[in-house]
Design a protein around this ligand. Structure first.
Ligand SMILES: Cc1cc2nc3c(=O)[nH]c(=O)nc-3n(C[C@H](O)[C@H](O)[C@H](O)COP(=O)(O)OP(=O)(O)OC[C@H]3O[C@@H](n4cnc5c(N)ncnc54)[C@H](O)[C@@H]3O)c2cc1C
Length: 444
């Protein structure tokens, strides 16, 4: 195995469960890729380096089968799933209950309840299609209904502009997860999920070697299968010489998209939100009106750093005091920027928070800033700061990174990162399906 992100560890566990001897090589000194935590600002303040909200981990059909609670993994449910404040001091909120959320949204309640209530009821039938590779759905009618809605555009988590097809798919999946499982946070931070996966892998006899960057496939010990938790660009660096020219060219054509600019703070008190509801949600979306949100995502997509960025914010210590000294807090944010952008977004992100929480700046004890280059610097998969490991638009969503998905033309060599289906998020399902593919080949 190359890479210890959630997909790499999931793949390693599947192979170890099948009785194979598994070794995971990880380039960074700490294990976990996009699911890690560290004291980025001050001693005693634990920040998530990448993933913060773990609805997909809790909803993951594979992680659900693992005894991760035995290894100390615990998810915290904040009172509200997400809040979205406005300039007048009010806020839209999403609660676990579809009905209560719909009622609070007022005018649009019927359509909200119809869409999310329907999705919630059909989720058991949809799950394997939404969190799996392209194949004939087990429940074609439920999937067709979801597909019609997913192809519409609306949601700003998808790292594509809001008017592009499929952005609604992200919104619908994340939205239904808020109602099905909740936008949970792991007690102690994202690293706790990784630690539990590693502990389980070790209990199955697997081995994880950190601080070992693989620079060429030739340096690996002989193995029946090599699975790479890599997106195409870093994969080409270590495997390019072994790949047939046509496959290499397909991977070279793989497109990366918007980057992210990330800021974490240590605060000496909670964020002083104008809208009280924001203090009851671990996730807060800052962007004002839909028109503002649309403009900011369109600008980032078309090469301009937005003046008023759409900021995703989490405030985990409100619900998990273990992550900071008593009475102190951590805050995690990022905004979308053009891939590889070098614009310093710190003042613009802080201005967006201050807009909805006057006095925020006065509470800052320390900051950690990560540009798109910094994001790529600590994880080679996120080229240009693209945390989705490649654009998830229609041509690159269903069959990523090529129509072969997990397989490559080289026997025994596989891809298992978020650049394969079902894509971005901490769920391990890319790793699970890649390992199933490898096992099928081994036993063929
Ligand atoms: C800022 C940010 C915020 C995010 N927020 C969320 C969120 O809130 N919720 C969510 O579900 N998801 C979130 N994500 C996305 C999520 O983290 C990823 O989708 C997920 O981690 C992908 O897992 P993976 O196993 O495919 O790859 P990764 O987690 O990227 O792991 C790949 C691993 O391979 C290693 N590696 C690379 N090259 C080599 C080499 N040559 N040799 C050895 N090892 C190598 C890397 O160091 C890394 O550890 C976020 C990501 C970022 C960066």
């Amino acid at each position: 195995m190359i890479g210890s992100g959630p997909n790499g560890l999931a793949a390693a566990i599947v192979l170890a469960q099948a009785g194979l001897r598994v070794t995971v090589f990880e380039a960074e000194p700490t294990v976990g890729g996009g699911s890690r935590s560290a004291e980025l600002t001050l001693p005693g303040f634990v920040h998530d380096l990448c993933s913060a909200v773990h609805a997909t981990a809790l909803a993951s059909p594979f992680f659900r089968t693992l005894p991760l609670a035995q290894y100390g993994l615990e998810f915290i449910h904040p009172p509200l799933e997400v809040a979205h404040p406005f300039d007048d001091g009010s806020a839209a909120i999403v609660e676990r209950s579809v009905e209560r959320t719909a009622a609070l949204l007022g005018r649009d309640d019927e359509s909200y309840a119809r869409i999310f209530g329907g999705l919630q009821r059909s989720w058991p039938n949809l799950e394997s299609s939404v969190l799996g590779p392209l194949r004939w759905p087990q429940h074609p009618l439920a999937m067709a209904a979801f597909g019609m809605r997913a192809l519409r555009s609306i949601a700003a988590h998808g790292l594509v502009p809001l008017d592009k097809a499929l952005t609604a798919g992200f919104g619908l999946v994340l939205g239904v997860m808020a109602h099905m499982v909740g936008w949970v946070i792991p007690r102690g931070g994202a690293q706790k999920l990784t630690d539990a996966l590693v502990a389980h892998l070790r209990a199955l006899g697997g081995e994880v070697i950190a601080n070992h960057r693989v620079t060429s496939l030739d340096e690996l010990p002989r193995a029946r299968a090599v699975l790479c938790d890599l997106s195409p660009r870093p994969f080409l660096k270590i495997a390019g010489a072994r790949l047939p020219a046509s496959y290499r060219r397909s991977l070279e054509r793989y497109r990366y998209g918007m980057g992210v600019f990330k800021v974490d703070w240590a605060l000496d008190g909670p964020i002083p939100w104008k809208a009280a509801e924001c203090g009851r949600a671990s996730t807060v979306h800052l962007g004002g009106t839909l028109a503002e949100l649309e403009l900011s995502e369109q600008q980032a997509w078309s090469g301009t750093a937005p003046d008023r960025p759409f900021v995703l914010l989490t405030q985990p210590t409100l619900f998990d005091p273990s992550r900071a000294p008593a009475g102190k807090h951590t805050v995690w944010t990022y905004c979308h920027v053009p891939g590889g952008s070098t614009v310093d977004m710190l003042p613009r992100i802080e201005a967006q928070i201050e807009r909805f929480a006057p006095g925020f700046r006065d509470r800052i004890l320390a900051r950690s800033v990560m540009s798109p280059a910094g994001i790529e610097g600590h994880n080679a998969n996120y080229v240009g700061g693209d945390i989705g490991a490649g654009i998830a638009d229609v041509p690159q969503f269903f069959t990523r990174p090529t129509w072969r998905m997990y397989s490559t033309p080289v026997s025994g060599l596989y891809l298992c990162s978020a650049a394969t289906p079902p894509g971005v998020g901490v769920h391990g399902m890319c790793g699970y399906f890649a390992a199933q593919r490898a096992l099928a080949d081994i036993h063929a």
